[in-house]
Ligand binder design. Structure first.
Ligand code: MLT
Length: 322
């Protein structure tokens, strides 16, 4: 009988180790078929997912033996945590394990935009050598505005500091005495002030009723025409049609997007813009980051199935009697 169901592509040595002690069903495409998923989960004690499996109240209801839902990542918008808690199921996740990878991608997108690297690459591969056309700007001396100041933003800030950037941060939930603030020393400002003063605006917000649709046309218009917008957090925080309009009207200089409102996105106007860098939600996808993430979820699953508490739970460490 299957003990552990993996409904997305989650692999690696820690997963192989889990297979030695448990019956694991690895179904990387199962998230695409909710009806089959509900059948497969009926007898499972653990479900391991990324962000594509919709772990709904109905699915949890169909999983009478479920003890733990382990999310290989930090965002929990695809898991009905309330329904899991009501059903006595532990929800665990990986709060910091991929943060460094996402921070490094943020810097990669900033550098890519500042130096027009993807566009220059396409140009040379097409036979061109127009050096002045691909002249860019330095990060040094520029202002980075971090919207949301959690772990990823902190790691981004520390690296941007090494590039000689000035730091602004906006986060209404931030404790101004937090160690991350003491360490990175961003100037804490309101969102409008951050948008107006930054040369790069990076978004590190989770998706929530407060943040969805935050970046509107009006907000892009507050930015400098020379500024770049980068989203490595959640796509629905941006009104994509407004971003496209702002780019068309040159209200901002360019954008780097790792995440989209709908994933995978349709091909659209952003694909035609040379000043836009698009990547397929790969912020967390590094060998090191994924090793930490997979090890972390496997540890929590192993613990709970052996009657020990999960380390990275969001509701409670041990399953409750159903
Ligand atoms: C996360 O939430 O950890 C990242 O966005 C990666 C993912 O969703 O799998």
């Amino acid at each position: 009988m299957t003990d552990i169901l993996v409904s997305e592509n989650i692999v690696g040595a820690p997963m192989d180790a889990l297979r030695k002690s448990h019956e694991v069903a690895f179904e990387p495409d199962l998230w695409k078929n909710p009806a089959r998923l509900a059948e497969c989960i009926a007898d499972c004690r653990a479900l391991i997912v990324r962000n594509q499996t919709r772990v709904t109240r109905e699915l949890i209801g169909a999983a009478g033996r479920l003890q733990i839902i382990a999310r290989a990542g930090v965002g929990l918008e695809n898991v009905d945590v309330q329904a899991a808690s009501e059903a006595g199921v532990v929800v665990s996740y990986t709060p910091v394990q991929n943060a460094l990878s996402v921070a490094e991608l943020t810097l990669g997108l900033m550098l890519g935009l500042a130096r027009k690297i993807p566009a220059a690459d396409r140009h040379v591969k097409a036979g061109g050598w127009e050096r002045l056309r691909y002249s860019g700007i330095e990060l040094s001396g520029k202002t980075l505005g971090l919207v949301g100041f959690g772990r990823i933003a902190f790691l981004t800030a520390m690296r941007a500091k090494a590039f000689g950037m000035r730091l602004l941060a906006y986060d209404p939930y931030l404790d101004p005495d937090a160690l991350t603030v003491t360490e990175a020393q961003p100037q804490l400002v309101g969102l409008d002030d951050l948008l107006a003063a930054s040369d790069f605006v990076t978004c590190h917000l989770p998706s929530s009723p407060d943040t969805r649709g935050l970046f509107t046309y009006a907000r892009f218009c507050r930015m400098k025409p020379s500024a770049f917008f980068i989203n490595v957090a959640r796509g629905d925080v941006v009104v994509e049609a407004d971003l496209i309009r702002a780019l068309h009207e040159q209200k901002i200089a360019g954008a780097g997007l790792d995440v989209r409102a709908v994933e995978p996105p349709e091909k659209g106007p952003l694909c035609e813009m040379d000043n836009v860098i698009l990547v397929p939600h790969i912020g967390a996808f590094t060998a090191e980051g994924q090793h930490r993430v997979v090890a972390c979820v496997c540890r929590d699953v192993e613990a709970v199935l052996s009657g020990r508490p999960a380390a990275n739970y969001v509701n409670f460490p041990l399953p409750k009697q159903r």
